[in-house]
Every structure is written in C-alpha cells, then in structure tokens.
Ligand binder design. Structure first.
Ligand code: AQP
Length: 329
C-alpha cells in the first residue's frame, strides 16, 4: 500500500502564488506517489471571524483551484475539514494531552494574536487541530511551505506525547518542504511572507488575478537602490522576484545568473510578470471550465468525504479506546 500524504489550505482571502509554489504545486507533483488527501481547512479559517456567506463561497472556489492546478479527484481525496467529524473530535482528544506552554510558543499564534482585539481560544488551538488533521489519517508525509514547519514539529511532539502516555498509536509525520518557493515574500514588503490576509493591494499575486493586474502588482514591487541585478548585493525585494521567476521557470542557478546579471529592474519585473502570467493562464482557464458546471465541485467534495470517513472513524475509535473513553465498539 502507498504511504499517505496529507496537506491543507485555509479558505480565507485569495489563494496566491506563495500558496501555489509553497504547497499546491507540490501536491500536484507528488499526488500519484501516495494515497493523497488534500483538505480545505475551514475549521482553521474560523479561528478568526469570517463572514459566513464569504466563507462558503471561498470553500468552493478553493476546491475549484485545487482541481484547476492539477489535483486529480479520481485519484486524490479532496475534502472539506468540517464535513468529516473526526477532525474536530480528535482535536479535542489531542488538546487534552497538549501543554498550554507548547501553544504559547508558536510564532504564528504570537503574530496573529497581535492583530486581534480579542484572541479566540481557537486561535491558540490552531496547531492542535492541524495535528489532528494529520494524525487522523496517519499521514506519513506533509508537504507545506516553510512557515508551517514549527506547527509540524508540534504535531510530532503531540503524537510522541500521546504514544508515550497511551502506547504506540500514531505514525510520526514528516515535513516535506519544496526545493524552491518554500517562502515567497510580499511584493510590497519583501521582509514578510506573502500572506492572504495581509492588507495592501500590491502585496500578493492571486492565482485568479487577470494578466493586467498581475503586471501592475509586479511592476510596482519593492526593489532597492541598486540600478540593476547584482546577485551578490541584491536586496530582499529583488531576491524575491528572482526566486518567483526561478520557481515558475525551473531554471537552474547558473542559467538565472547568466540571464539576469546586470539586467535593469524594469526589465527584470517585465520578465517576471510575463513568466507569472503565462504560468497562471492554463490554471485560470481550467478554473473557468470547472466552475461552469455548478454542481460538479459539490459532488467532488461529497465523494471525498465519503472516501476518508472510514479512515477517520477508525482512528478516532482507536484513540478513544486507548484513552479509556467510552466507544460504540
Ligand atoms: N508566502 C508563502 N510562501 C510559500 N508557501 C506559503 N504558504 C502560505 N504562504 C506561503 C503555504 O500555503 C499553504 C496553505 O497556507 P494556509 O492558507 O493554510 O495558511 P497560511 O500559511 O497562514 O497562508 P497565508 O497565505 O499566510 O494565509 P493567511 O493570511 O490567511 O494566514 C501552507 O502549506 C503554507 O505553508
């Protein structure tokens, strides 16, 4: 049997090229090597307030983008977290073995809680729910961007703690970072990772941005005071633009250096914009095709939930049994 892979994305904001290069594109590449489960993590999204009608629409949009990017629903299981009760159930059981101090240390929790007036306790539990997503399916491999490494480490700590308290139960998940594109930075603020929830219309290129919007955002990207590309002295903005081009083109380092050294920033930006536009064009076209059939995505999500449910139920029963919680048997 193939080992299992699991990863997820929140249905918040607009999916951007960071999410694509850091996560989605790698899912597409590896999906046939594994028994693959790709999850729309709406229970994670509600750790901060979401307008209900927007959230529903975003869930379906994200499912469409998964498929448009190349996830094959005949092979991979595409699911919505809230459709499978095991995620929330296991999250509670794991919460009970997770020390608060572990959660307070999480850098994402610290950063996100600074942005909120009141911090919901769900925001602190976010990584426990993520551990539950992974451990529910005994996933061996979890492909994520670099920003999720700390959460993955925590998922392993939780699994280890559970195993040592109640006996061997969980498979230890491994983090799989992409070789390039692990951390795409904001176009306007290249010291910060590109993020769906960041304010600013020039921050991120969304996968569904029209070509003229992509061009405008990239042409306005922050660079530095050098006149042209110098690989030794380039500031974070230029490094980011080069990294985006390299991730989309798959060019090796020596080709990048030969092509871009001494190129003026205006020309660099034009070439990056063109590369991003041509790479996103087939995804956008497939997205329009997929969403032209209104019932199709709902069917894919229902079928995904049905396929994973028996796996989820059996893990929850196993965990309950280990903890001595009453089970239906
Ligand atoms: N800038 C990034 N570069 C590379 N990978 C990234 N990922 C996110 N941002 C970048 C990867 O995308 C996957 C899904 O992310 P998520 O939506 O579940 O959560 P996130 O990391 O919190 O994404 P955002 O874009 O920053 O969203 P908001 O602003 O809503 O929190 C993950 O694998 C992540 O590593």
């Amino acid at each position: 049997m193939k080992p299992r892979v699991l990863s997820g994305i929140q249905p918040t904001g607009n999916l951007h090229i960071g999410n694509y290069l850091g996560a989605l594109r790698n899912w597409v590449k590896i999906q046939y090597d594994y028994e693959s489960i790709f999850c729309i993590v709406d229970l994670h999204a509600v750790t901060v307030y979401q307008k209900p009608e927007d959230l529903k629409a975003k869930i379906v949009e994200l499912a469409g983008l998964f498929l448009a990017a190349g996830i094959d629903p005949k092979h991979s299981m595409v699911i919505v977290q809230s459709m499978v009760p095991g995620h929330a159930e296991l999250a509670w059981l794991l919460t009970c073995v997770t020390p608060v101090g572990w959660l307070q240390r999480m850098t994402q929790f610290k950063a996100k809680s600074e942005e909120q007036e009141t911090i919901g306790s769900g925001l602190m539990q976010y990584p426990v729910l993520m551990a539950a997503d992974i451990l529910l399916y005994q996933a061996k491999v979890v492909p994520v961007g670099d920003d999720q490494s700390q959460h993955l480490e925590l998922a392993r700590d939780i699994a280890q703690r559970f195993n040592s308290l109640y006996g061997d139960t969980f498979v230890m998940p491994e983090t799989r970072l992409p070789a390039v594109g692990a951390r795409v930075m904001g176009l306007d603020e290249p010291e910060k990772k590109m993020s769906k929830s960041a304010p600013g219309s020039g921050h991120a290129v969304a996968l569904l941005d029209p070509p003229e919007v992509i061009r405008k955002k990239i042409m306005r990207a922050t660079t530095d005071s050098n006149p042209a590309v110098d690989f030794e002295k380039a500031g974070p903005g230029v490094v980011n633009l080069l990294a985006i081009f390299q991730a989309f083109s798959d060019w090796p380092d020596d080709k990048m250096k030969a092509h871009f050294s001494d190129m003026r920033y205006g020309d660099l930006k034009k070439q990056v914009a063109e590369m991003v536009e041509t790479s996103l064009d087939p995804i956008q076209r497939r997205y329009r095709e997929i969403t032209s059939d209104p019932g199709y995505l709902d069917g894919v999500l229902r079928a995904g939930a049905e396929r994973v449910d028996p796996i989820a139920r059996s893990t929850v029963e196993l965990v309950k049994g280990r903890m001595g919680v009453y089970t239906r048997g």
